[in-house]
Design a binder for this molecule. Sequence first.
Ligand SMILES: *Cc1c(COP(=O)(O)O)cnc(C)c1O
Length: 382
Amino acid sequence: MDNSKIWLSSPHMGGMEQQYVNDAFDTNWVAPLGPNVDGFEKDLSNYIKEGVHVAALSTGTAAIHLGLIMLGVTAKDEVICQSMTFSASANPINYQGATPVFIDSEPDTWNMSPEYLEQAIRDRIANGKKPKAIIPVHLYGMPAKMDEIMAIARKYEIPVLEDAAEALGSHINGTMCGSFGEIGILSFNGNKIITTSGGGALVSKKEDYAAKARFLSTQARDEAPHYQHSHIGYNYRMSNICAGIGRGQMEVLPERINQRRANYERYYKELSNVPGISFVKEPEGYFSNRWLTTVLIDPEKTGGITREDVRLALEKENIESRPLWKPMHLQPVFEGCAFYGDGTSEKLFEQGLCLPSGSNLTDVDFERIFSVLNSVLAKQPA
Ligand SMILES: *Cc1c(COP(=O)(O)O)cnc(C)c1O
């Protein structure tokens, strides 16, 4: 059998991307603005609905950074962040010189625990400092418990900056991820459900935020014939070339979501009866884009087989898989930061594995993946 690399999640072009990029060349819009940027922003706001306004930016990380700036986060502040996530959710807190406070996951969606969120807010307020913002994340496409999180945020009047980098197209009862918070962010990095090679966006129902993000991301130039500045600016705008790729990708987004969800179904069918293997289910009304299919591997029930055994067995066959995000409160760089929780995210990290989940996986790829999984988990093929 062919032993070519099977990636965790690789770019999957639809076909029209090249045309939009060619248009940019033909019209010489090879710049960090232009018709593709405008078009991509419109495509995204039409897709997310809820009347959102969108600013296309260079990365999702840049979107989080600008979001925190616009929410007024400065050096003396604390910002609450989900602990189990990619470091890009938390790093921009430090860009502002502020301090992250990390919150554990709950076991249903693996995202920010509303219970520990409220405990943390009360405790920080009792310590004399009200958190300046809350950053929940929709891990692997699964929406966080946004109704509960938004209710707490409203009760204590703290704005929510929603990290929807992994969750474009996910929703709760039809309300799209990215549109719950005061500000939402998206990522179009190479491994996400759609990609612009690298890119991100800031989303908000408030037009002012999108407008200000465009202003700050293009060096904060005041209106004047000369270069005039009354704010510190950033070079964070999306290029018209990348946005062209994004416009093509938007045409196939619904198909990509179907493909990712079909991957999940396929793994579920093959593995859900294996003792010690479990999946994260969609709570009632929740819809996940299933960006990555993830499993928990409990060695007490698999006869001692750990997630690392499975990962190494896949790697030996040139198949990429990866442990779940290592929680931020366990990362050396965030040592000493406050944490509220009961160890749920640590357990998820110990047992969790992300399986190959690209929308471009073939039947032959799945045969190779299942052959390894079935043999390492000592399950005979049906
Ligand atoms: C990918 C990702 C980001 C960062 O997006 P970039 O576009 O790579 O900067 C932020 N948060 C989460 C949860 C992500 O997965």
